[in-house]
Each structure stands twice: as structure tokens, then as C-alpha cells.
Ligand binder design. Structure first.
Ligand code: SAH
Length: 266
């Protein structure tokens, strides 16, 4: 590790690969090729065994998920592991759910690798928010309903000493209303009551909302509701992470059978 800041320290390679939302058939060809070529794979929580099945026999698979709330120390550990494996000449793949550059801390990893003299490649994946709405057969944009999309994290940081600023949900609601944008909220289930209360300052109670859990996987299920009923219907359905919350009039395009006030599961 002593030469980790040396600009010429690269020997192997590192590729950040998006594993998509879960269904292995949603991997890109580039992702499959990178996984097959890897000698070391550093794998996040949300990446399933169906996807790891593409790894070559003998590849070292390291699960580096961060479940349990602790974030900073494991992240630094993961980055050190990536750097030392590249310096040892390994073909490293950092496998992340969805797309590596959407809420995956991929940007930070690229910066730390670069500081160690390592240029990472990036292979995009289908992000969960995109897969989640497509699973319902609705588009993220529609000329009649939404002129754009906001991908936003619902991960609450309120009350903690943190450099991350709390999301201004009232501002987002007003912007989504005035600019006609679909809101796609990642990591929002835990903080849903707060998000709902704040969004109601700018968006009508009857605004359609859908929550999709395990998008693209066999256990996928969803709740279709309204902003006014969001926390009640989510609790009744027992919906938990990983799930995407979608807010906006594009959901009016859901099939008629889905349009009942509340529908649980599939
Ligand atoms: N980089 C990932 C997001 C990582 S943040 C991507 O582009 O998709 C993790 C959050 O993503 C989860 O809390 C959940 O909100 C969402 N997520 C990931 N996979 C999902 C899936 N299959 N179904 C629904 N939500 C998912």
C-alpha cells in the first residue's frame, strides 16, 4: 500500500460494472464480458447469485455489502481493497446494483482510484428506478403528463452530524408540480412518512404514487396508491426495502385493472 499514491501504480485493471436491477437478462453484454474476465469481484448486497454465475471458476468473489448502517469505514475498506488488488495485477470488477453512477458511490470510488493512479472503466447498468416503472408498463416521461424526471434519494440524514444536506421535499414537490416532473425516489421506504408529509405541501393528495419492490425479480410486487394514502397503504402491504417510490401523473397510464385505489402485490 505504500505506493498507493504513486501515479504509475496501476498493474491490473478496475471496472465499475452496473449489475442492473436484479434480472440477469437485464445485464448488458459489456457487463457480462467484464464479469467473465474478472479475477476479483467486489460485490454489493443487491447483486444476486444468478449474476455471479457468470464469473469464471476460481475468481475471488468478495461480498462488500454495507447493510447495518455503518457507511464510512467499510467504504474506505472497499476502496483500499480495490486499489491493492489492482496493484497486485488483478482484473478487478466492482459490481454494483443498477447503475454504478446512480446512488452507488461510484463517483467517490472513481475519484479514490484516480488518486491512486488507477483509471477505472465504467459499464452502465439499468438503474432500479427505470426498471421499476417499466415493470408497471408506464413511461417515466409522457408528453401529456411529465416533461422530465427527477431521481432523488430518500435516505434521511436528519438529526445526524453529516455533510449531506437534508432533501428539501417541499421545494421538490413545487418543482415537480410546476415543471411537470416525475419523481423517482430511491431508498425512501424507511423515511416515507416524512417524505409524504413534506411532498403534500406542494403536490395534491390525489397525485398517483406507486411503490415497486424487487423490480425485475420473481418476487417483484407493487402498491398503487395516492400521495394522501401512501404511508397507510405501504404499511398495510408490509412493503420494505429495496423499493422505488414513483410519484406523478405518468402513473395515470397504468392499466385499468391497476387503477383501483389500492392494489397489493401482483
Ligand atoms: N445504483 C443503484 C441504486 C443503489 S441505492 C441503481 O442504479 O439502481 C439502493 C436503492 O436502489 C434501494 O434502496 C432501492 O431504493 C433501489 N433498488 C435497487 N434495486 C432495486 C430493485 N430491484 N427494486 C426496487 N428498488 C431497487
Amino acid at each position: 500500500m505504500s505506493d498507493s499514491m504513486n501515479a504509475s501504480s496501476q498493474r491490473g485493471s478496475c471496472t465499475l460494472v452496473g449489475a442492473g436491477p436484479g434480472d440477469p437478462e437485464l445485464l448488458t453484454l459489456k457487463a457480462v464480458k467484464a464479469i467473465q474476465a474478472a479475477t476479483v469481484l467486489l460485490v454489493d448486497d443487491l447483486v444476486g447469485d444468478d449474476i455471479l454465475a457468470y464469473a469464471r471458476p476460481g475468481a475471488r468473489i468478495v461480498h462488500v455489502g454495507k447493510r447495518g448502517g455503518c457507511r464510512s469505514t467499510p467504504q474506505a475498506f472497499i476502496e483500499r481493497l480495490m486499489i491493492s488488488a489492482v496493484q497486485e495485477g488483478e482484473t478487478v470488477v466492482r459490481l454494483k446494483g443498477g447503475d454504478p453512477f446512480i446512488f452507488g458511490r461510484g463517483g467517490e470510488e472513481v475519484e479514490h482510484l484516480r488518486a491512486a493512479g488507477i483509471e477505472a472503466r465504467v459499464v452502465n447498468g439499468i438503474t432500479a428506478g427505470l426498471a421499476a416503472v417499466s415493470a408497471l408498463g408506464v413511461p417515466l416521461t409522457h408528453r401529456d403528463h411529465a416533461q422530465g424526471v427527477l431521481f432523488v434519494t430518500g435516505h434521511a440524514k436528519t438529526g445526524e452530524a453529516s455533510s449531506e444536506r437534508a432533501t428539501d421535499w417541499r421545494q421538490l414537490a413545487a418543482t415537480a408540480r410546476d415543471a411537470r416532473l416525475t419523481l423517482v425516489i430511491y431508498m425512501g421506504v424507511t423515511g416515507v412518512a416524512h417524505i409524504q408529509d413534506e411532498l403534500l405541501h406542494g403536490l395534491a393528495g390525489e397525485t398517483p404514487v406507486a411503490v415497486i419492490q424487487h423490480a425485475s425479480l420473481p418476487q417483484q410486487r407493487h402498491v398503487a396508491t395516492t400521495l394522501a394514502r401512501l404511508r397507510t397503504d405501504l404499511a398495510a402491504a408490509g412493503m420494505a426495502s429495496p423499493a422505488i417510490i414513483v410519484v406523478g401523473d405518468v402513473l395515470r397510464g397504468m392499466a385499468a385493472a391497476e387503477a383501483s385505489p389500492t392494489r397489493f402485490g401482483t
